[in-house]
Design a protein around this ligand. Structure first.
Ligand SMILES: [Zn+2]
Length: 248
């Protein structure tokens, strides 16, 4: 057995953190890197997987990142600028307040068709052609379309066809499979525990996923010696543990 200790202070980081109007982003220094030769910064894993996805689909010259990491100050300025230029209704629908934007995590990207004139808040990323091709395949690389039309009442954000969020594999595929937004996925995972994990198979690969509530400052969990695992905080009240089993 391998014993892993989880600390409550760490629930604010990981690829599955939920950041919305109820749960602010609290990590002071996300692990960022510049995306290719651009000035956009993206969380390191998300950056690597985005590059792989665009290259795999051979659309790296036609789709660009229009926005990625923003500091809380930049988010505040964007909110105020939008308020001034577009008014309150539009701003509340599309722009999160400082500390409540996924862009502050480095895990979110806005994508746009490579055109001369790109809208800063609502870039052009239609549900057709190469943009749809990206949407259809990005789950294989750990990304989800975060704000869908039919989830507006849950996410609190208007439909944003251009905004993608890195949640990691296989969570992206499970969310697509079950048609969950991130809020719903976390509610779903709370039904599963170390002794009763959610089991999900993709081909020969089997994943066991479970929630660890942090009711104390630290909790230890025992995993099998040969378990390969990933742990992410949920930014609410616990962790999600993902165990990669070899096969069925
Ligand atoms: Zn966005």
């Amino acid at each position: 057995m391998q014993i892993k200790t989880l600390y409550k202070k760490d629930i604010i980081q990981g690829s599955l953190i939920l950041v919305n109007q109820h749960y602010p982003f609290r990590l002071s220094h996300p692990n960022l890197c510049f995306f290719q030769e651009t000035t956009h910064q993206i969380q390191i894993d998300a950056s690597r997987l985005l590059k792989q996805c665009l290259q795999h689909l051979q659309i790296q010259d036609e789709i660009i990142v229009s926005s990625a990491y923003r500091s809380a100050l930049e988010q505040k300025q964007l909110y105020q600028k939008s308020l001034k230029n577009h008014g309150q209704a539009y701003t509340q629908k599309y722009v999160a307040k400082a500390h409540h934007s996924e862009h502050e995590t480095g895990l979110a990207i806005d994508l746009a068709l490579h055109e001369d004139d790109i809208d800063e808040i609502c870039p052009n990323f239609p549900n057709t052609g190469i943009c749809q091709k990206f949407r259809d395949f990005c789950g294989d690389f750990g990304f989800i379309e975060r704000y869908k039309k039919d989830k507006e009442t849950i996410t609190g954000i208007g439909s944003e066809s251009w905004h993608f969020r890195y949640v990691g594999f296989p969570h992206s595929l499970i969310m697509n499979d079950y048609h969950f937004c991130l809020e719903e996925y976390h509610d779903f995972l709370k039904c599963y525990s170390l002794y009763h994990p959610f089991v999900y198979a993709i081909g020969q690969r089997v994943f066991e996923i479970f929630y660890v509530p942090m009711i104390k400052e630290q909790v230890t969990i025992a995993l099998r010696n040969d378990d390969i695992y990933q742990i992410s905080g949920n930014n609410m009240d616990g962790f999600i543990v993902t165990v990669w089993r070899r096969s069925l």
